[in-house]
Each structure stands twice: as C-alpha cells, then as structure tokens.
Design a protein around this ligand. Structure first.
Ligand SMILES: [Zn+2]
Length: 372
C-alpha cells in the first residue's frame, strides 16, 4: 500500500516541470486525438501549443484525409466495420478531416474524428470525439493550401493566424455556447478546410459579414451586428468576444489589431484561398493556459489611457498618444497599472487572475477532486 502511494507521489513529481514553483503553472500540452497513426505532422497527434511555430506549420500544411462527396452532406461512422452496426458519429463530407488509424482488408477503415452532428441528426453525437469505422472507398487524401492557416482554441477563445510558417496575429473569437436543449450549439472541434466564401448572411435579427463555410452549418464570420439608422450596431456581440456565445459558428473580432487584421482582413486575404486549413482545439479538463513571462512587454498611454496594449501603437488609441509607454507584464498588478483593462483591439495577454480563473475551470479531473 505504502509502495503504491510512494510510486504515485513519484509519478506526480516527475510530471511537474523543473522550476514550476517560481515560473508559470505547468502548461500541460495535449493532443486533439486519443489514438496514434504513425504519420508525421498529423493534426491529431500534434500538441496543442500555438507558440511552437515550426511544429504548428508542419501540421497545418500536411495533407488532410476527408470523406468524399457534397460538402453540405454528411457520412456515417459506425461502431463496427458493418452498416448493420450502430451509427456513432456524423462526419461532414469534403471539408472535415478524419484521423486514419487502420485500413482493414474488408473494405473498412478505422478512424477517429469529432462527430459533426447538427440539429436534426438522428445520431445526436454532438462534438463527441469518436473512434469508429467508415468505408475505405469514401476516404480521399487532399492537399491543403499553404499560404495561411487558422487555429481556433476554445480554451483561450482566440484565433491564431499563421502565414508562411510564422504566427502572424491573434484575434478574439466567440465559439458556440451550448444551451439546455441545444447541445448542437457547441462548435465542433477537429480539422477542417475553408470551403465556401458565403459572404453576408442573416442570422435571426442580426447580419453577419464575411462568412466562410468550413463545416456544413458552421461558418467563420465577423461578429453579428444589428442594422440601425445610426449604422451597424455591434454592442450586443462585441463585449462577448473572448468567451463562448454563438450557436456554433466562429465569431471573429471586427476591431483591427495593430497589424490591421480582423475578420474583414481574413475575408480579403483568404476568400480566394479555399482549402486553407482551419483547426479547432477542444478545451477539455486538464488543458491549461501558461502564465506569460514577467518580462513580456506591455504598453499604455500615461495621459489617461484606460487599457493596456500589446504594442506601442494600436488602433484603439489616438495617434497623438503614440508611441505609448512600455512596462512589463510583471508590473501589471502594481501601482497605476492595476486599473488598466485589457485592450480589445490588440489583445495583450490576460491578467494572471483571469488566466487562473480559466485554468481552475479546466483543472485536471484528479486535481479538482483533491482540492475539495
Ligand atoms: Zn491595443
């Protein structure tokens, strides 16, 4: 018994990174899938760490295996290699990637994917990470476009834009907020291809600009706005950026970052680049956001500025106050910096307390239990 306890303790100690006590809490890196296929740069086996540009780019530009057919239709994933067995997942044709695990010699292939059940699906497997079987003849490996790639992380509610192997910028998003009786509102995770530049479309009382379809009913688009005589009104959706809010679509910020990037920029640069990869990471228990290094530079306007910023210039600040004054992330909880709010144009790192709140909500299952 004692040996078991000691062994368990030793295991816990071994997974803690060196220097964890003074630096950030651990950032347990995880992978989107559970299974292994042995192929290099596979999305499903690449750690969910947006900062590792080389590894990310190799994954984001690798070919993708999809199910052939019309992109507004879905195929069924079975519990066993037989159409007589239970259907356990839906997969959207042509635009949704699947993890190919094993080709059997009976015409079936074992795969892994997040189920793309939408409202009305008899399968009712909403965003469930599933291992099952599909007919081998339906699978096709496709090349992806390699100028840009997009990564949406549900944990941080941010969109990471990559260009030519580098992390270009970070935008705020709102992914789906499941409601009671509407589990299909959860944004489906996994790997996808931008597939159809839809443009403007109505959503209830709202209008959405720059929609690009990537997974049947799911689009990436600008935050919805209301048409008013005084102009387009974003006040109902913009304050929700950085948290779940949509019915499944990925809402993207309208305000420009210091590089001038927003959803309109994505539309202008990618609407003619369909087959660009879009990856969506699940925010399951155990994933944690790293606390930024204390030396990370931040900026503010000492002449009455209310926000802290990621760069010395920002579209959220008048030109006459630029360049702004630098300070560090380590000073953010001291003196006058304590009252500054996070800028919603340039998206500097969140305050430590806000990161810790997200991390506590996503604590590993064992840690959550032992903390009681
Ligand atoms: Zn800013």
């Amino acid at each position: 018994m004692l040996k078991c306890v000691l062994t368990a303790l030793l295991c816990v100690l071994m997974v803690l990174p060196a220097g964890a006590e003074e630096a950030a809490p651990a950032n347990p890196v995880n992978t989107p899938g559970r299974e292994t296929c042995g192929k290099p740069n596979c999305f499903w086996e690449t750690p969910m760490d947006y900062r590792d540009e080389e590894t990310m780019w190799a994954m984001l530009t690798a070919p993708m295996t999809v199910v052939s057919g019309n992109f507004r239709a879905q195929a069924e994933v079975y519990a066993e290699p037989s159409t007589d067995s239970k259907v356990i997942a839906d997969v959207t044709r042509s635009t949704q990637g699947v993890h190919v695990l094993q080709h059997l010699d009976n015409g079936w292939t074992k795969i892994e994917c997040y189920s793309s059940s939408f409202s009305g699906s008899p399968t009712k497997a909403y965003n469930v990470l599933t291992t099952g079987y599909i007919q081998t003849e339906l699978l096709v490996e496709v090349e992806v476009r390699t100028e840009f790639a997009l990564v949406v992380d549900k944990l941080t509610q941010r969109l990471y834009i990559y260009q030519d192997g580098k992390l270009l910028d970070v935008l705020l998003v709102s992914t789906g907020l499941p409601a009671k009786g509407a589990p299909e509102n959860e944004t489906r995770s996994g790997e996808y291809l931008l597939y159809s530049p839809t443009g403007r479309f109505p959503s209830g009382d709202f209008q959405c600009n720059y929609g690009i379809r990537y997974n049947d009913g799911d689009l990436i688009h600008e935050i919805p706005h209301l048409k008013r005589e005084s102009g387009d009104y974003y006040g109902r959706t913009e304050p929700l950026l950085g948290q779940r809010a949509s019915h499944g679509c990925i809402r993207v910020q309208r305000k420009r970052t210091e590089k001038g990037i927003n959803m309109r920029w994505i539309w202008n640069n990618m609407r003619d680049k369909m087959s660009t990869r879009l990856v969506i990471w699940e925010d399951w228990q155990g994933r944690q956001i790293a606390i930024p290094d204390a030396q990370t530079p931040l900026y503010y306007n000492p002449k009455g500025g209310k926000d802290y910023h990621d760069s010395p210039t920002c579209y959220g600040v008048l030109d006459k106050y630029e360049p702004m004054t630098a300070f560090t992330y380590g000073e953010l909880e001291t003196g006058a910096y304590r009252g500054l709010k996070v800028c919603t144009y340039c998206n500097p790192p969140l305050r430590t307390a806000d990161i810790e709140e997200i991390n506590a909500a996503h604590a590993p299952a064992e840690a959550a239990q032992s903390a009681e």
